[in-house]
Design a protein around this ligand. Structure first.
Ligand code: N01
Length: 542
């Protein structure tokens, strides 16, 4: 069991975790189980992270529930019966609260504690972390599990502050229910959040106007309740499920297809695309033709198939045409939907194409475009997030010589394995930039396991200071940048940070994927952590 002692009690805690989302909770659990003293700071009033703040109507998984939840405890897997293949936000929030109580983690968590600065002290090798109420904590290891989708983005639309009705961002949804009944509502943005909330609130509102700048390739989520037989099977298959999820490239259970589009006739392709359309969630990416994301013609044929579906569902041809994207499938992260296109057949729902008529400004009572002003009671901003680096760049993080993380990352993040950055010893950020490229909890869990094993290794070998070698960081970051163009996502995707004005255009996912993560971690372990400088800053271990 590891415990990092500090002479004269110079630290309050061995490991300070920030963020009680799925990654932070797991980091808290792993570090405590390894024997470290741990505290977790959470800005929100409850656990859940993205599943705490994104409580808008219709918010739900698009990864299968049992592939998103934790796999570290068979008992937990056995006792939690997910109700649906893709759980809605309230169920996920309940699940995470259950985990925290089941493993007695709540007493380590301080809620309503937003970090305003975190500064590394070279003399002691510790971090001093300040919370917005002025509290100061000193920790040996500082782990920011602050998520990639935790800073909502409001576009700088003139007059936004002038609107006198209700305004809500999907990523900052209020805890009390928003009453849409009989209201005139606008939704701005048609990414995954927009297309989830639109069909749900359309049932309640007097009128719904959707402001779309870029149409997205939406395909059905195909959600359904988990039957009692499926519940039994999930439990019986736990070991095999865990093995698949822990080793699969995507972190999903979906089997990979073994055929390219050219292997099948036109008729066979049409039948296969129909099968994909009816398949659950991400299998449209993970189990589709092997060349779909790589070959232009293959991608175009799948897009034409989806466009045909949109034309057949949406009755008004003009609206259908506006809903058909002009980019490749998966150039932007594709959303999965339930009844989205059908919503546009409701007489109280209309679509404004912002490419034809951009927003001019918000007025006190509505939204003005080149077409004129429409008045609203509620405006929903489904306009996305400062992805990847948003939270880390707002925490006042300073490493050696007082260097600000925002300065070191002025041209974009530089990381090793998406867990550490040079010049910031004992600072880790699982689930941040360069972390995931598939089912997030699986990738982020790999990182948490690696971080915890590294802390244990250091402790067992008498070290308390861990800092990545700049050469290892450079190699990993170059790999990310080089492979970024090989993936499906285009530079207009927020995965390149281009949705935020002024943000450097750099790839923010792990473009090497899980195989690269696994192989480099194996190399690090085999070489006794040569990619890191391990040293001792404090006195002798206790
Ligand atoms: O955000 P987004 P999101 N004027 O950035 C538009 C996860 N998630 O919250 O594409 C008008 O995708 C913008 O238009 P454009 C998932 O990983 C998962 O929807 O930039 N419009 C776009 O339409 C997802 O990818 C689930 O032209 C403006 C929208 O706002 C990620 O979160 C559910 C604008 C933003 O879309 C983010 O999704 C929800 C402007 N000035 C979210 N600025 C699951 O199902 C931006 N937009 C698990």
């Amino acid at each position: 069991m590891c415990r990092v002692t500090t002479p004269g009690g110079a630290t309050d805690v061995d490991v300070l975790v920030v963020g009680a989302g799925i990654t932070g909770i797991y980091q808290l659990y792993r570090a405590r189980e390894a024997g470290f003293s741990v505290q977790l700071l959470e800005a929100g009033g409850g656990v859940g992270g993205t599943w705490f703040w994104n409580r808008y109507p219709g918010a739900r998984f698009d990864s299968e529930s049992y592939t998103y939840g934790y796999l570290f405890s068979k008992e937990l897997f056995d006792e939690w019966e997910w109700q649906e293949h893709f759980a809605e936000q309230p169920e996920t929030e309940r699940y995470l609260n259950h985990v925290v109580d089941r493993f007695d983690l709540r007493r380590h968590i301080r809620f309503g504690a937003k970090v305003t600065s975190a500064v590394y002290d070279e003399a002691s090798g510790c971090w001093t972390v300040v919370v917005d109420d002025g509290t100061e904590l000193r920790a040996r290891y500082f782990v920011a599990a602050t998520g990639v989708l935790s800073v909502p983005f409001f576009p700088d639309v003139p007059g936004r502050e002038n609107f006198r009705g209700e305004s809500h961002h999907t990523g900052l949804w209020p805890p009390e229910p928003v009453d849409f009944t009989g209201k005139r509502v606008a939704v701005i943005g048609t990414g995954s959040s927009g297309v989830q909330i639109i069909p749900v609130i359309a049932r309640e509102v007097e009128s719904l106007t959707v402001y779309q700048r870029t149409a997205n390739w939406c395909t059905p989520l195909n959600n359904r309740p988990i039957t009692p037989e499926e519940q039994r099977q999930l439990r019986a298959d736990f070991v095999a499920i865990r093995e698949t999820l822990n080793t699969s490239v995507s972190g999903f259970l979906h089997p990979v297809h073994d055929r390219a589009t050219s292997d099948d006739s036109k008729e066979e392709r049409a039948a296969f695309f129909e099968k994909m359309w009816n398949s659950p969630g991400f299998s449209k990416l993970t189990s589709n033709y092997t060349d779909l994301l790589l070959d232009h013609d293959a991608n175009a044929e799948w897009c034409e198939f989806i466009a045909g579906k949109i034309r057949s569902i949406v009755k008004d041809p003009d609206t259908a045409a506006k809903l058909i994207p002009d980019h490749r499938f998966a150039e932007k992260r594709p959303p999965f939907v339930a009844g989205y296109y059908e919503t546009y057949n409701n007489p109280n729902v209309s679509l404004v194409d912002l490419k034809q008529t951009p927003i001019v400004r918000l007025t006190e009572h509505g939204i003005e475009t080149a077409e004129g002003v429409r008045e609203f009671d509620i405006v929903v901003w489904a306009t996305g997030f400062d992805f990847g680096t948003g939270a880390l760049s707002r925490m006042g993080i300073r490493g050696r010589h007082g260097l600000a993380l925002t300065d070191y990352w002025a041209d974009g993040p530089k990381t090793f394995l998406g867990v550490q950055t040079a010049g910031f010893p004992n600072f880790f950020f699982p689930g941040g930039p360069h972390a995931a490229a598939g089912n997030n909890p699986r990738y982020n869990g790999d990182q948490v396991d690696f971080i915890t094993d590294t802390l244990v290794y250091a402790c067992e070998h008498g070290y308390d200071t861990i800092e990545v070698d700049p050469a290892a960081e450079e190699e990993w970051t170059n790999m990310i940048d080089k492979r970024a163009s090989l993936g499906p996502f285009g530079e207009s995707s927020y995965f390149f940070g281009t949705n935020i004005p002024g943000k450097p255009k750099r790839y923010l996912l792990n473009s090497g994927g899980r195989p690269k993560l696994f192989s480099v971690i194996a190399e690090v372990v085999e070489t006794d952590y040569q990619a890191f400088k391990l040293s001792r800053t404090s006195g002798p271990t206790g």
